[in-house]
Design a binder for this molecule. Structure first.
Ligand code: PLP
Length: 400
């Protein structure tokens, strides 16, 4: 039977202690025990079903984590206070001083900054590669390499990572493949394709409401248990825990994710075709001319489309700014960073979410100064949206 992340979520039986269909929010930092020994056992990770302290586990966080694990088809998951904390605690947990990482050169700017700048403190070297070039990935691996890091659909260039092939390389060398699936929840299930760990910014499509920042780490039970080990677990000791009220609201939003992803994809595909027909340089993995189109097709779960992200190239940052300002006035959406929101958001990646990446590296990775990234919203009438974009393109001289 085909793996369907939406059905996995639908089948969860997560009701509360009073039969409440939305499990009650557990707003307790600590938990009481009737026997002192059970507390000790819980500290040692041996008391099934007992909660100790909310930096470790909280029932509301557990519901969301279980739902994320179900969606990804992993044994376990843990939720965090941001996508960055999911990424950084996972990486810090897997490496030691003097280790080496092979990473896609195109990743979210914060991730790039962490890998390129922050990890220097621990004498960890990172080789940045074109993740679509498997020979380059293989050649970059050293005896002290601990992981390959990538994003399923990279931010902001929308390249597609070949997860089965990267997993094969990782397995051959006994190292981990860590995949950020923030752009493609439901569309791709990286763990089912061989990724060892899947990380998320839940801030984006998964929550979809732009009302909070959150993250998740999905992987084996062994990994999650070791990350929350009271003695040396990176998540437990750095403490990037998610607030249970937020877990509860994100969980409710997760149940509509499949419908939202389909609409984001439909709308983005429509706009991508319109941009292309208008002669604007357009990157969208759903277009047959995208270099990763067939690869994504081979990896994706059917039904959810090719995602809600589009990039267009307007060549200069000034031209990009002009268009974005006019689109905002025309109610196309908001000039804002982030993605996965119900309204369309757009920003110039080089001057925003990838501004941590030095300009020479931006050029090396193929990121144009005038690249505008769209996170296409849930618009009911996408033709009307295109008419507004077209009006802005005409006003700013991109179209006659
Ligand atoms: N991963 C990707 C692909 C992102 O785009 C972002 C944020 O833009 C992050 C991770 C970081 O997530 P957060 O802002 O929730 O910390």
């Amino acid at each position: 039977m085909k793996f369907d992340p939406a059905s996995q979520i639908q089948d969860l039986r997560q009701f509360g202690e009073f039969g409440d269909v939305n499990p009650s929010v557990c707003d307790s930092a600590t938990f009481t025990f009737m026997q002192a020994k059970t507390m000790l056992d819980t500290f040692q990770g041996e008391a099934e079903g007992c909660f100790l302290y909310s930096r470790h586990w909280n029932p509301s966080n557990k519901y969301l984590a279980d739902a994320m694990a179900a969606m990804e088809g992993t044994e376990s998951a843990w939720v965090t206070g941001s996508g960055m904390s999911a990424i950084t605690s996972t990486i810090l947990h897997l490496i030691g001083c003097g280790d080496h990482i092979v990473s896609s050169i195109t990743t979210y700017g914060g991730t790039f900054a962490f890998l390129a700048n922050y990890l220097k403190k621990f004498n960890v070297e990172v080789s940045f590669v074109d993740i679509t070039n498997l020979e380059e990935v293989k050649a970059a691996i050293r005896p002290n390499t601990r992981m390959i890091y990538t994003e399923t659909m990279t931010n902001p260039l929308l390249q597609i990572s070949d997860i089965p092939a990267l997993a094969e390389i990782a397995n051959k060398h006994g190292i981990k493949l860590v995949v950020d699936n923030t752009f493609t929840p439901m569309i791709v299930s990286p763990a089912r394709l061989g990724a060892h760990i899947v990380v998320y910014s839940l801030t984006k499509f998964v929550n979809g409401k732009n009302d909070c920042v959150a993250g998740a780490i999905c992987g084996s039970e062994e990994l999650i248990n070791s990350m929350i080990d009271v003695n040396d677990g990176t998540a437990m000791l750095l403490g990037p825990v998610l607030d249970p009220f937020r877990s509860s609201s994100i969980l409710k939003n997760l149940h509509t994710l499949h419908i939202r992803m389909k609409q984001h994809s439909l709308n983005a595909a429509f706009l991508a075709e319109k941009f292309t027909a208008a002669g604007i340089k357009t990157v969208y993995p759903g277009l047959p001319n995208h270099p990763g189109h067939n690869l994504l097709k081979s990896m994706m779960n059917p039904q959810f489309g090719f995602g809600g992200m589009i990039a267009i190239d307007l060549e200069t940052a000034d031209k990009a700014a002009e268009l974005m300002e006019d689109m905002e006035l025309n109610d196309v959406g908001y000039l804002a960073v982030s993605l996965g929101y119900f309204k369309t958001l757009f920003s110039n990646s080089g001057k925003s979410t990838s501004s941590e990446v030095p300009e020479d590296v931006q050029r090396k990775m193929g990121l144009s100064e005038g690249l505008v990234r769209y996170s296409v919203g849930l618009d009911n009438d996408i033709e009307r949206t295109w008419e507004r974009i077209e009006a802005s393109l005409k006003k700013t001289g991109f179209l006659k």
